[in-house]
Design a protein around this ligand. Structure first.
Ligand code: GCU
Length: 352
């Protein structure tokens, strides 16, 4: 299969064949996605964290739970959002998984807190609606702090959610119970797209898991198949996740200068797990696997393997968690469940 546009070629046509060139290509790829898909990633601002709740009775006395307000200092005003942090009670710095989620409930059907703690991870939850509503309203919460322009590539909602994870990290990395070189981010579906975009931009994220992220997440658009979401459909329904410049590709008026193997490639040489679900045709499991194959050269230029699984489409409940890019297709429907978490935690531990 040909992966076009090419990951390993600069826009000026020259080949990417050294780690240094790959780092430069990453910058180019981020710019391509900002200008044509997700919109600008807002600039970082100074951040502080205020602990407003704390208990060591969490997980039956196995963890400390904190509710923390992250204050983001803009020029003349402050944008604040809550995060929930649960840290296992044991010595030393803990690896951290940040879950950007659809709810602020904890535990939640998508988040088996107790099991995550038992595996030795600290867990942070960012609730996406606390950052900005999942709607076309650009006047609420963080959206109100980011001026709208006529550039065509103002930040869409995915960029805003991804930005907030990075701001939460700014705070977590000031704590002495979190291991700064074992930071992971996970998201499901639209938030799986968000997790990938966050990891592509933020090199402090060492491990990322996109769960059932599909179109404009992990799924390669060029191998779209009947029953799956397309760029036209996603932009038609959720234009506010993206920037206006994406419209021309959704309407097939111009060839897309990107595809999702490039988004995954921008995370190299760090670690990416792509979790699919067998019955999730809308998210296109086969195309998610294709992107893993297509992204691998970005790792190979660093002397790493990239994706180490099969090229042929996986059957149900199969995949590979050993490569730098992992892929797994579990049994069942569109969901973030226990099996997905177990995969992610194994994947992380495989790459300590
Ligand atoms: C819709 C959307 C997908 C998205 C999903 C979700 O189905 O079309 O792109 O991933 O919602 O976030 O649950």
């Amino acid at each position: 299969m040909q992966f076009i546009p090419e990951l390993m070629r600069f826009e000026n046509g020259s080949i990417v064949d050294t780690p240094q060139k790959m780092r430069e290509r990453r910058e180019e790829i981020l710019r391509i996605f900002q200008n044509n898909a997700y919109g600008d990633m807002p600039s970082p601002v100074p951040v502080s964290g205020e602990i407003v709740e704390e208990t060591n009775r969490c997980c039956s006395g196995n963890a400390v739970y904190y509710k923390i307000i992250i204050h983001c200092q803009f020029e003349n005003s402050v944008f604040s959002f809550p995060v929930q942090l649960t840290v296992p009670i044991k010595e030393g710095k803990k690896p951290l998984i940040v879950a950007v989620n659809f709810s602020d409930q904890l535990p939640h059907e998508y988040i088996p807190v107790e099991e995550i703690i038992d595996n030795g991870f600290a867990l942070a939850v960012v609730y996406y609606n606390d950052i900005t509503n999942d709607s076309s309203d650009f006047s609420d919460k963080i959206a109100a702090f980011i001026p709208r322009t006529s550039s065509g590539h103002d930040a869409g909602k995915i960029s805003m959610w991804a930005w907030s994870v990075s701001r939460a990290l700014d705070y977590f990395l000031t704590r002495n119970d979190i291991s700064e070189d074992r930071i992971a981010v996970i998201g499901h579906s639209r938030l799986g797209k968000t997790a990938l975009w966050c990891a592509a931009n933020d090199t402090r994220v060492r491990y990322v898991c996109s769960n059932n992220s599909g179109c404009m997440g992990a799924a390669y658009s060029r191998t779209w198949r009947e029953g799956a979401e397309s760029v036209s459909r996603i932009y038609g329904t959720f234009p506010y996740w993206f920037c206006e410049n994406m419209k021309q590709y959704a309407e097939n008026k111009a060839p897309m200068p990107f595809d999702q193997h490039m988004l995954i490639g921008a995370i190299a040489p760090r670690y990416v797990l792509v979790n699919s679900a067998g019955k999730d045709d809308w998210a296109d499991p086969a195309s998610e696997q294709n992107s893993c194959v297509g992204a691998s050269p970005a790792w190979q230029v660093y002397g790493k393997k990239g994706y180490a699984g099969k090229e042929e489409t996986y059957e149900i409940d199969a995949g590979d968690l050993n490569g730098d890019i992992g892929y797994y297709k579990r049994f069942g429907v569109h969901f973030l469940g226990r099996k997905d978490w177990l995969n992610f935690m194994s994947f992380i531990k495989n790459h300590y």
